[in-house]
Design a protein around this ligand. Structure first.
Ligand SMILES: C[S@@+](CC[C@H](N)C(=O)[O-])C[C@H]1O[C@@H](n2cnc3c(N)ncnc32)[C@H](O)[C@@H]1O
Ligand SMILES: Nc1nc2[nH]cc(C(=O)O)c2c(=O)[nH]1
Ligand code: SF4
Ligand SMILES: [Mg+2]
Length: 213
């Protein structure tokens, strides 16, 4: 299978339980819950997306014909040989990465000694072999992947309450304040919910606070 990639870059994971870790981000093109076009946003299943995942025109984006070719490109961004014992980490995101991430690519990344993290909306069930699976459910969209490492709910979402998700099979539970017009009040609401329901912790988008990609 070939892969279409919006962008590939080295940064710090900004969100969730691995925030602060160095990682190569591979952002796939395309999502099943929004076309990515502004004129379609109000009629989309997911309407608050903060990301451009359309096309292959981002930094180091393109079409990759084989898993080995894409894995080699991702590896080329890792800053040093792993002689310092630091584990190599790739974060597959998008768009919706589970529309494209497959077993050959997972195996190719593991051959290169990468830990594999994924950011998914949970509407597609995940293949085996992912080392860190973050699921971020979306109101009104079917949740098919109900098990993983962390569940990260963008908050608040009318029609999708944390209590509806609290029994699922995840190790970590995060509320991530919805960025956009009401960011300040969403932050306040998320903090308030966590303080009353300590199963949930606060996930901040720290890359936005620090101004890195
Ligand atoms: C752009 S999405 C890509 C991965 C996947 N499609 C998903 O939704 O999980 C990456 C992460 O950003 C979160 N996100 C998207 N828009 C956001 C916003 N406006 N405020 C806070 N988090 C947002 C998503 O919920 C997800 O956890
Ligand atoms: N630094 C950084 N961390 C992130 N964590 C999840 C992101 C995403 O867009 O999936 C993201 C992102 O875009 N940048
Ligand atoms: S599911 Fe993820 S990538 Fe797709 S529109 Fe929503 S936040 Fe954006
Ligand atoms: Mg992002």
């Amino acid at each position: 299978m070939s892969y279409t990639v919006k962008e590939i870059f080295l940064t710090l994971q900004g969100e969730g339980g691995q925030a602060g870790r160095v990682a190569v981000f591979c952002r796939f093109t395309g999502c099943n819950l929004w076309s990515g076009r502004e004129q379609d946003r109000e009629s989309a299943q997911c309407r608050f997306c903060d990301t451009d995942f359309v096309g292959t025109d981002g930094v180091n984006g393109g079409r990759f014909e084989t898993a080995a070719e894409l894995a080699g490109k991702i590896d080329s961004f890792w800053p040093a040989p792993s002689e310092d014992n630091g584990r190599k980490l790739v974060v597959f995101t998008g768009g919706e990465p589970l529309l494209q991430l497959d077993t050959p690519l997972i195996e190719a990344m593991h051959v290169l000694d990468f830990d594999i993290a994924v950011e998914s909306n949970g509407t597609v069930s995940a293949p085996a072999g992912i080392d860190w699976l973050c699921i971020s459910p979306k109101a009104g969209a079917p949740l098919r992947q109900t098990q993983g490492t962390e569940l990260k709910l963008v908050y608040p979402q009318p029609g999708l309450n944390p209590a509806d998700l609290a029994q699922l099979d995840f190790r970590l539970f995060w509320l991530q304040p919805m960025d956009g017009a009401h960011q300040a009040e969403n932050l306040k609401a998320a903090i308030g919910y966590c303080l009353e329901h300590p199963q949930w912790g606060l996930s901040l988008q720290t890359h936005k606070l620090t101004g890195i990609p």
